[in-house]
Structures are given as structure tokens and as C-alpha cells.
Design a protein around this ligand. Structure first.
Ligand SMILES: C[S@@+](CC[C@H](N)C(=O)[O-])C[C@H]1O[C@@H](n2cnc3c(N)ncnc32)[C@H](O)[C@@H]1O
Length: 243
């Protein structure tokens, strides 16, 4: 059974205050890079896996998508997502991605933001998504970059100048990672970059584009705290295709 930390009251209270949860997609610096990976969604049937508050689900509909199925493990997240729309073409459902089965060839796009690193069995999930996509369909997702994830033990150390450094600890040791973020012992699953990409290839996907997100100079000028993201990639963005 997955951990479901987003239903922990302390975690949820802290997470809900993040700028991207208060202000939505435009407060996520990686959003322009994700948008550049997305296909035209007009008329598309989309699954948003780990939909959270549903920001992306609502955006897809604004862009003309036919329907969205948003899936999330957390009742807190799904209740908030449901409260934020009256659109009958968006359905939100509580489910665990480690067990979810979607109907065969029923989606044109599967999207997921910052969720797959909570999933234990990425082999099963990749195969299931490939089966659920129509031929010509796309999978676009982001995860915490495995270098960033591997660095979470210890979260960071300071060098002599007090600057943060980002040691990669146990990068090749795949498996559980625990971190303290709004709550103690948040469980994630570390996989190397090669493992993540090779599992997609084994599931039948053609990789289209991979991005190791870094902010643009303009973004850093507008938000100087983003300069830290130049030290190591924090997020991995993947676009994959089903032939
Ligand atoms: C970092 S949040 C991202 C939410 C949303 N995609 C966004 O970008 O705002 C991760 C989400 O994944 C969900 N999640 C974590 N593990 C999950 C699982 N095993 N099955 C389904 N959802 C899960 C959490 O409840 C949470 O809503």
C-alpha cells in the first residue's frame, strides 16, 4: 500500500501553501518547458495521474481537451480538485497508481507531474499506461530528477562558504528514499535516469524528448532564488510516444 502522505494533516497544510498550489501552473518555473513537450490537446482524452488539486486537468479543458480523468491517491487532493470545477468533462477519482488499471486504448495523452517517484513499481505502471494509450498517443511526465532524489540523504551539506552543495549519495542504489518535507519520513522511490528511460523503452514507448529542467536567465532574474536550480537538475521532464 502506498504511503499517502498528502492526507497527513501537517503535510497537507504545508503543501497547500506552496506558490504553485496557491497560484497554479504559472507559479511552477518548469511549466513553460512542460508546455513545449505537450501535443495539441484539442479533442483529446487525457488521464492526469497524480492530479493533485487538478490545475493541469482544468488547463487541458481550457485548451479544448474532450475529457480528463484525474487520478490521485489522496482524498484531500481529490476533494479540493472536485471543489474547484463544475466541468462535467473532468472526472476525479481516488486510486493508487501502484494498482491502477485503465481501460485499453482509452486515452490519447497520459500526463503526470511530480508523482511517479512515489510509485514503487514503474515497470507495471509504464506497461499499463502504454496499454491504456491509443496508437499515436503520448505520455508526458515530470519527476524529481534522480540526481536530486539521490541527494536527499543527507538533504544537503554546507561547504566552507556556507553554500549548499549537492552530493549524490548512493545514486546507483535504487529503492526507497525517506525525506523530511512537511512531515517526517516521506517515502519516495529512487530509480536511476537510465532505469526510468529503459523501463519506458521496454514498455514499448519511443522517447521523444528528455529535459533536465533548469531555469532560464530571465526566470532567474525575476526570481533570484531559482539560481540554486543551476547547481543540479531538480526535475526530469519526459515526452514519450506510442506508435
Ligand atoms: C507533488 S504532488 C503533484 C500534484 C500535481 N500533479 C501538481 O503538479 O500540482 C504529487 C501527487 O501525487 C499523489 N500521489 C502520490 N502517490 C500516489 C499514488 N501511489 N497513486 C496516486 N497518486 C499518488 C499525491 O497524493 C499528490 O497529489
Amino acid at each position: 500500500m502506498a504511503q499517502n502522505i498528502y492526507d497527513n494533516p501537517d503535510f497537507f497544510a504545508g503543501y497547500s501553501q506552496l506558490p504553485r498550489q496557491v497560484h497554479g501552473l504559472d507559479a511552477a518555473p518548469e511549466w513553460p518547458a512542460i508546455r513545449a513537450l505537450l501535443p495539441d490537446v484539442t479533442g483529446k482524452r487525457i488521464a492526469d495521474l497524480g492530479c493533485g488539486f487538478g490545475w493541469a486537468s482544468r488547463w487541458f479543458r481550457e485548451q479544448g481537451a474532450a475529457s480528463i480523468l484525474g487520478i490521485d491517491l489522496s482524498r484531500n487532493m481529490i476533494e479540493r480538485a472536485r471543489a474547484d470545477t463544475t466541468d462535467a468533462a473532468i472526472e476525479y477519482r481516488i486510486a493508487d497508481l501502484d494498482m491502477l488499471e485503465l481501460p485499453k486504448a482509452s486515452f490519447d495523452l497520459v500526463y503526470s507531474a511530480l508523482t511517479f517517484h512515489y510509485v514503487r513499481d514503474f515497470v507495471r505502471l509504464s506497461r499499463m499506461i502504454h496499454t491504456a494509450l491509443t496508437a499515436g498517443g503520448n505520455l508526458v511526465f515530470t519527476i524529481e530528477h534522480p540526481i536530486f532524489m539521490a541527494a536527499t540523504h543527507p538533504h544537503w551539506i554546507q561547504d566552507e562558504d556556507g553554500r549548499r552543495t549537492w552530493p549524490v549519495n548512493g545514486y546507483s542504489l535504487e529503492g526507497e528514499r525517506r525525506t523530511d518535507w512537511f512531515a517526517k519520513g516521506v517515502l519516495k522511490h529512487h530509480r536511476t535516469l537510465a532505469t526510468t528511460l529503459n523501463r519506458l523503452i521496454s514498455a514499448g514507448f519511443t522517447l521523444r524528448q528528455i529535459k533536465e529542467f533548469a531555469p532560464t536567465p530571465e526566470q532567474i532574474e525575476a526570481m533570484p532564488e531559482l539560481a540554486e536550480e543551476m547547481e543540479r537538475p531538480m526535475m526530469l521532464l519526459v515526452s514519450a510516444h506510442k506508435n
